[in-house]
Each structure stands twice: as C-alpha cells, then as structure tokens.
Design a protein around this ligand. Structure first.
Ligand SMILES: Nc1ncnc2c1ncn2[C@@H]1O[C@H](COP(=O)(O)OP(=O)(O)O)[C@@H](O)[C@H]1O
Ligand SMILES: N[C@@H](CCC(=O)OP(=O)(O)O)C(=O)O
Length: 501
C-alpha cells in the first residue's frame, strides 16, 4: 500500500489506512434505516485522509441490513439463501449510497467483493492485491465486502472484522480501524456492565484479559470477539489495529495524526522503531492501562508485532486450511529454525489426507517427554502427499527413490514453504516467523486448486517470482523485514469467555 510519493516529500510518511464499518454503524438496529449522518462523516473523513496523502480502503458491512430495509423484513432471517438474497438486494443499494455520498466530494470509489476462496488461491490473492493497489494508485477508495451471495459456509469469512484484517495484511496497511458502536474494548461488555473499564493500549495481545463472550448488536455478526481475532491477525502482519466508535469518525483523523507524529523521527518512542508508538508521555502503555489525561479520543490500540509476517508467509499461515499434520522431532525443529528445509528423516508421524502442495500443520513432538502434547508451531506446503510421507517418514533422503520409485524433492517441505506461529526463529530464517497463537488462523478456509503443471520446486519459484515482481513494482507499502531478527515466543491469547468454545 504505497502512499502518495508527492505528499511523502512534504511531511510525515503517509499511511495505508483500512476503515472497517460494522452493520451497527451503517443501519439503525431497529428500523434498519441507513445512518446517514455517520456515513456522511465517514465519507468526509476518508476524503480528508486522502487529501492528506493517505491511502484509504473501506471495508463496509451492511448489505444484509440495507436489504432488510429494502424488502421491509423485520428480523434478520436465519436461512442462508434468504440472507444471500437480502445481501444481493442490499449490496447494490449500499454501494449506490456510498457512491452518491462520495460523489458529492468528487471522490471515486470501487467495489471489491471477496470470498475466502479468493484468498486461498495464491494467484487470485495476488490479483486482488494488485487490483486494490492499482485503485489506490488511481486515487480511488476501494470499498470491500464479503461476496455474501456466493459464499457458502466453507468459503465464508463469516465476519467482516476478519475480512478487514486479511485485507489490511494483504496490502501492507499501517492502520486498521474497527469502527463500532462502543468507544473501545472494555474488560467486559459495557452494554450490560456499567462499571466496565476501557482497555486503551494492548501491547501484547497474548496477555490481554477481557470478557468478549456476549453478543453485540442484533444485526452484527461478530461482536467483540471477532474484533480481537481480527486485531490478532492484523497486528501479526504489522498493522496497528484500533477499535473506536463510528459515530465520531473525526477520531480517525486525530488518531492517524497522533500515530503519525509518534512515528516521525525525533518523536518520543520506546525503541526508536516505527512500530512502537504506545510509550509516549500522554499514554500509559500496558495491556490494560487507562489514560490519565486522554490526549486523543478514547479508543483501543493494539500495537503491531515487531516481527511481522507478511506476504507468502502470512498467506501460508492464514490463507489456507490445513489438510493434515506432520509431526516432527525437536532436532528437526531446530534445523528448521536454522533455515533448513524439512527432510523426511525428521518426520515422526503424519495425520490426515493431503496432496502435494496442500497446507499442513507442523507439530513438534518432544520424545524426551512422551506425556507432553505435541505443539503446533507452524504450517507448510508439502512436496509429498500424506500417503507418500507415511512411506518416507524417518528415512534418509537417499532412500526416497527406493521407497517411492521416484523423488520429486529431497524435502518434504522447502524452507520457503514453511511459516511459523508463535515465533521463534534461529536467526537464519529468511523472513520472520509469526507470533500468532494457533487460534487465530482462518479456520475453515479452503485450499487452493492444485496446480497440475510444474514440480513443487517450479511452482515455488514461480510464486516467489510473483511476490518479488509485486515488490519491485512498488505495489506494497513496505519491504519485508529481513534476516537476523529475533522472534520471541508468544503464548495463546487468553480471552475470558472463549474457553471451551
Ligand atoms: N468486552 C467488550 N467490550 C466492548 N464491547 C463488547 C464487549 N463484549 C461484547 N461487546 C459488544 O460488542 C458490540 C460490538 O460488536 P457488533 O455489534 O458485532 O459490532 P459491529 O456491527 O460494529 O461489528 C458492542 O456493542 C458491545 O455490546
Ligand atoms: N457481509 C455482511 C456483513 C457481515 C458482518 O461481519 O457484519 P458485522 O459484524 O456487522 O461487521 C453484510 O454486508 O451484511
């Protein structure tokens, strides 16, 4: 998400900003009438950000809500086909509403409708990325929603919070605003708990404790829990994520300015890096701290991971549904952390049925502690099917031709096709590994179509070349973080109320 170069000459670096509006911000919960004042203010805000040189994407829910009003349906139906029909009716009205409002300010917009399938297929993912970046280059504001009419449950994002996080990660945005009907994340639902305390800065999402178990508005699908999942996903990709109230969109401009000023050289910051903007004199930065004197509007800000996972590595972790599990020993794990590919000799066991180039979980088995549960540390794309891995597991590479009658690759997975959760890496991994708990991945996402042509290695090279091309074309906001980074281990997020689900 490359910001306007002209403006970057003038002042602080412009930012890539994704604004997600939930149904509760777009239509009235009871009457389903569009909340015109909020929409107008959002339009003014987005145009203001554009004029300041920022690149703006809106992720807009509301198709079903607008469809309800259009057809005078009182309650959100439960049947999928009815919801899909209402979404089809509502989406075009929603877009015409956005278009007419933006048109008053001569701001062109574009509609992008996505399903998980589009993300799971690597070339479609890259095409979506290219198109969105092209639109941003043209000064257009893309308006993204889930393609509800086509998306059946297994290819559904299900909530636009997740969709907005994936979109923000895809385009390397700096900021994701999750606009909703509450000021910020509280330690419990403020609708039912008047004593709920605001949580203003979340430095480390793994230490966040908040009760998000209660549902939100009657039209919204996600509630607060999907916003936390979205924040976890986006921050793992280096995107600062903000939860704030949609009825005062002017907050967005103030928060962007605040973050921009704390990122600019010379501004107070903990480490001098551009991703640590929480430790300024005005703000007490801890997982659950409150502002004494708020210098900026009330909001919750989730700080980005210092070791972001982007591009192909993000896609391997969060774009694909795993089809099985490879259990590896600790020696193999150490080798992977030292940049090695996954050799069959390190595989202890295999579970599930998968084909070549499908995504699988990587779980480490500690043979010294047989009682210990294997731990999922990452995901990879395999060069061999589950049946093939079953035959070559624990064996030396030289034995592969004898066991299979052929050898497509000496590796079960190439190093470039392995991406780690909860990261640590041994300093040699070419790109940082992810510090994301396993609960964050987009469960239910479908795998890409298997490519008939080319060996895994050829396919690998083709995809890498595509990524490189994108970067060279300047279609992404920032370069990848490179070698030699330390990645610390991050535990599973504890969200009160999610246990046992
Ligand atoms: N810990 C919490 N902090 C803030 N809001 C919460 C919390 N737990 C539940 N909620 C509910 O989440 C709602 C926002 O979610 P939702 O209605 O799905 O919004 P949207 O339609 O904007 O996505 C709030 O109105 C609030 O009632
Ligand atoms: N895609 C759906 C919205 C789904 C959704 O996530 O809604 P919300 O929880 O209100 O952000 C629609 O346009 O109605």
């Amino acid at each position: 998400m490359e910001a306007d170069s002209e403006s970057s000459m003038r002042g602080p670096r412009p930012l890539g900003v994704v604004i997600k509006l939930g149904t509760s911000s777009i239509v009235d919960e009871k009457s389903h009438e569009p909340l015109l004042s909020i929409l107008t203010l959002i339009v003014e805000t987005a145009v203001k950000l554009r004029k300041d040189g920022h690149r703006v994407i809106i992720v807009s829910s509301g198709a079903i809500g607008v469809g309800l009003r259009r057809m005078d349906v009182e309650k959100r139906p439960k049947h999928l086909s009815k919801l899909q029909a209402l979404a089809a009716i509502g989406q075009c009205r929603l877009m015409s509403l956005w278009d007419s409002l933006f048109n008053h300010l001569r701001q062109p917009i574009a509609q992008i409708l996505l399903t998980r399938n589009d993300i799971a297929d690597r070339s479609r993912y890259l095409n979506a990325q290219r198109t969105i970046n092209e639109l941003l280059d043209m000064g257009v504001i893309p308006i993204v929603n889930e393609n509800d009419t086509l998306a059946v449950s297994e290819i559904k994002f299900g909530d636009n919070d997740t969709l907005s996080a994936v979109t923000a990660a895809m385009v390397h945005a700096d900021l994701l605003f999750l606009m909703t009907d509450v000021d910020c994340l509280y330690d419990k639902n403020p609708r039912t708990n008047p004593d709920a305390q605001p949580i203003e800065v979340v430095e480390d999402i793994s230490s966040l404790v908040a009760d998000v178990s209660t549902a939100g508005s009657s039209l919204g699908t996600g509630g607060m829990s999907t916003k936390i999942v979205a924040a976890r996903l986006a921050t793992s990709a280096g995107v600062t994520t903000v939860i704030t109230k949609s009825s005062n969109p002017g907050n967005i401009v103030n928060i962007v300015k605040y973050i921009q000023s704390s990122r600019s050289p010379g501004s107070p910051s903990k480490s001098g890096s551009d991703s640590e903007e929480g430790d300024t004199p005005e703000i007490m930065s801890s997982s659950t701290s409150s502002l004494k004197k708020p210098a900026i509007p009330l909001h919750t800000r989730f700080l980005p991971s210092p070791h972001p996972v982007r591009d192909r590595y993000f896609w391997i972790l969060h774009g694909l549904r795993p089809h099985g599990t490879l259990f590896i020993d600790t020696g193999c794990y150490k080798a992977l952390l030292n940049k090695a590919g996954l050799l069959p000799v390190g595989v202890v066991d295999v579970e599930g049925t998968f084909h070549q180039q499908e995504a699988v979980r990587i779980c480490v088995v500690d043979k010294k502690h047989p009682g210990q549960q294997p731990q999922e540390v990452g995901r990879c794309l395999t060069n061999y099917s589950s049946a093939e891995v079953s035959r070559i597991k624990g064996k030396h590479t030289s034995e592969i031709p004898g066991l299979l009658g052929y050898m497509d690759s000496e590796y079960v997975a190439q190093r470039e096709s392995i991406s780690f959760f909860s990261g640590f890496h041994g300093g040699g991994v070419s790109r940082p590994v992810t510090p994301v708990g396993s609960g964050v991945n987009l469960a239910g996402m479908v795998t890409p179509k298997r490519r008939g042509a080319g060996t895994p290695a050829q396919e690998e090279r083709r995809l890498e070349a595509e990524d490189k091309e994108l970067e060279e074309e300047g279609l992404v906001m920032r370069g990848k973080k490179e070698e030699g980074q330390q990645v610390r281990f991050v535990e599973e997020v504890k969200i009160v109320g999610e246990e046992g689900k």
